[in-house]
Write a new protein. Structure first.
Length: 169
């Protein structure tokens, strides 16, 4: 490109940006809900109750919507690898905003590209929702995948039933 063409192109771009000034009027930030430490502890308690009911010791991880660990407990009798698995399942569920079971099912049906995405593609992760908004996730890793799913579902249901007052502005 010649320098004259470059100047004309940059002038046209500058004109288009300045002429459409209202397109930049959108809010530059968003307000989002995220699970609190108190909410995470309630999820942990609900998961522990279900695990005890099923006689299924497990590692329990609660993460916020961005996959950052908020609360964690490792029950007695759990394998050494379970803590990392629980955190990974919770993180996967939060980031994809769906049960980790769906991710495992996708891989089992041949969508193997998910294996390379750095996600924990095993059953036992469940999103935590306030209404329809994902505010975090719980991940369970114990000795049996069916118990992991049941405990995660129970903990997520307990969280969904908590009263959730609107924040004061």
């Amino acid at each position: 490109m010649t320098s004259a063409v470059k100047r004309i192109a940059s002038s046209v771009c500058l004109f288009l940006v300045s002429a459409s000034g209202s397109s930049w009027a959108a809010e530059p930030t968003l307000s989002v809900k995220t699970i609190s430490e108190s909410g995470a502890q309630q999820v942990i308690l609900a998961a522990e109750r279900e695990a005890e009911k099923l006689h299924a010791p497990c590692a329990i991880a609660v993460v916020d919507a961005s996959g950052i660990l908020v609360a964690f407990v490792k029950m007695d009798g759990v394998r050494a690898g379970s803590p990392d698995l629980a955190i990974g399942k919770a993180r996967t569920s939060a980031l994809l905003q769906r049960p980790s079971e769906e991710t495992e099912d996708n891989i089992n049906r041949g969508r193997t590209a998910l294996i390379t995405a750095g996600l924990m593609t095993l059953r036992g992760g469940m999103p935590l929702k306030t209404g329809e908004e994902v505010v975090g996730a719980v991940g369970i890793a114990g000795l049996n995948k069916d118990n992991d799913v049941a405990i995660a579902q129970s903990a997520a249901a307990a969280f969904a039933s908590l009263p959730n007052p609107s924040p004061a502005h």
